[in-house]
Design a protein around this ligand. Structure first.
Ligand code: GUN
Ligand code: ZN
Length: 450
């Protein structure tokens, strides 16, 4: 196979800027040699060109190439209710979200929502997502079918609950187990799909449901686990009352045997030092969703305390509690939130934001051997951000005096309109309408798993 040499200004974070001051790697005239969807060599363009005259050069002139974004918390059934502002979590669930989630009982509706959702991910440059699914097994089969068509990497699962939602969204421990098992057998590890065992949150899950989830995690140790935790003070108080025998919210998951290296818990705002210590001991990730936390008034995220305790943190959009699919916007809101926290906040640099949107997500999903940065051996999952001609962002980038300034401007001003092209495993999964064919690579099959 003839390799492709992508020529672009690129940036990536192969290590964490929270522990490595030189984590941001920049190639202003860079080359990524890609063969069979995998980056074979990564470096400066001239050197790679001289060493590989046989490669087909693909010039991504203008803008910046970044590793594909990784969203570690986003709800598939909620795409059509983004923007339900003005309500705290439990009120928003009851009046905005759960009525919409009930509509996914209809397979035609669920398929249309899955298409909207997957389109939202890829046109924002998201190439991998840990997806909070639907309460309906049929809607999850449809989701995985549609996801396979797009070529995106998805980790997703049936959401299970047996109390305090709406009757049509409730299941039983036996069904949670048997439907979860059937979905794992059918989809986990098939193409680019993986499975996540997903109780909605302890408020809506009895011990029986959590035990059914734990049975799946123990039977299939390489599946993922995800849920919500410590998002809202009323929620935390209710969970305390529902589980009088547990030490705290985290303990409801821990005592069931659900926590491990592949566990991602969304929010964790109103957390305790004991919980943070236990999350670190289990190597869990906290998915920080700053737009959602702001929109629902859930509270400011204690990033400093997480990092001090050794808890890994990645970013999630939390659509539809969040305000959209853009991880650029999420990075900016994370930055704002830490600024507003004053002494309790952690000042974030553009390198931190890039790491949180890419490599940190790959680590959360235990996929950092395969994705998250542009090192040799990684899959070519990439987003080319190239502002449209005449846009303000183009003018800013034209006059940026350092890569760090360029990156800051992309987070501050970048939107869906600046996403020009997106690849997963070397296959194009999105090209901006109107992108000229000379700018666009020949399509490879997006269903090739690499
Ligand atoms: N907790 C339980 N369900 C949800 C949800 O759908 N969104 C958010 N943000 N929190 C939740
Ligand atoms: Zn959520």
């Amino acid at each position: 196979m003839t390799p492709t040499l992508y020529r672009a200004a690129f940036m990536h974070t192969p290590s964490s800027p929270f522990t490595d001051a030189d984590a941001l790697h920049v190639e202003e005239d860079g080359g990524l040699l890609v063969n069979g969807g995998v980056i074979v060599q990564s470096g400066d363009f001239a050197g790679l060109r001289a060493a590989h005259p046989e490669a087909a050069v693909h010039d991504l002139h203008g803008g910046v190439l970044l590793p594909g974004f990784i969203d570690t918390h986003v709800h598939y059934p909620q795409v059509r209710v983004i923007g339900g502002l003005g309500r705290p979590l439990l009120d928003w669930l009851e009046h905005v979200t759960l009525p919409e989630e009930a509509r996914l009982a209809d397979p035609a509706y669920a398929r249309a929502v899955a298409k909207d959702f997957l389109h939202g991910l890829r046109c924002n440059g998201t190439t991998t997502a840990l997806v909070f699914g639907s309460h309906f097994k049929g809607a999850m089969d449809l989701f995985f079918e549609e996801a396979a068509q797009t070529g995106l990497r998805t980790v997703a699962g049936l959401v299970v609950s047996d109390r305090m939602l709406r009757p049509e969204l409730h299941t039983t421990p036996d069904l949670a187990y048997s439907e979860g098992r059937a979905l794992i057998e059918r989809w986990h590890g098939v193409g680019r799909a993986r499975y996540a065992v997903t109780p909605r949150f302890s408020l809506s899950a009895s011990e029986g449901i959590l035990d059914a989830c734990a049975a799946l995690v123990s039977e299939y140790p390489d599946v993922h686990f995800t849920s919500h935790i410590n998002e809202n003070v009323r929620e935390v108080q209710t969970v305390r009352e529902l589980f009088p025998g547990r030490l705290d919210y985290l303990d409801t998951y821990d005592r069931a045997g659900l926590l491990g290296r592949r566990s991602v818990l969304a929010h964790n705002i109103h957390t305790t030092d004991r919980e943070l210590g236990q999350m670190a001991a289990h190597h869990c990730t906290a998915a920080h969703c700053p737009c959602s936390n702001s929109a629902l008034g859930s509270g400011p995220f204690p990033l400093k305390r997480h990092l001090a305790a050794g808890v890994h943190v990645a970013l999630g959009t939390d659509v539809g509690g969040g305000t959209g699919f853009s991880l650029l916007k999420e990075g900016l809101q994370a930055y704002f939130m830490q600024q507003l926290l004053g002494e309790d906040g952690l000042p974030l640099t553009p390198a931190h934001l890039l790491y949180l949107c890419t490599r940190a997500g790959a680590e959360a999903l235990d996929m950092h051997g395969q994705i998250g940065d542009f090192s040799a051996g990684k899959a070519f999952d990439a987003v080319w951000l190239c502002p449209p001609q005449g846009s303000t962002l183009e003018a800013i980038l034209d006059h940026a005096s350092s890569p760090s300034e360029t990156l800051a401007a992309l987070f501050a001003g970048g939107t869906q309109a600046d996403v020009a092209q997106v690849w997963v495993g070397g296959g194009e999964v999105y090209a901006r309408p109107g992108l000229s064919s000379s700018e666009s690579v020949p399509k490879q099959s997006p269903v090739l798993a690499s």
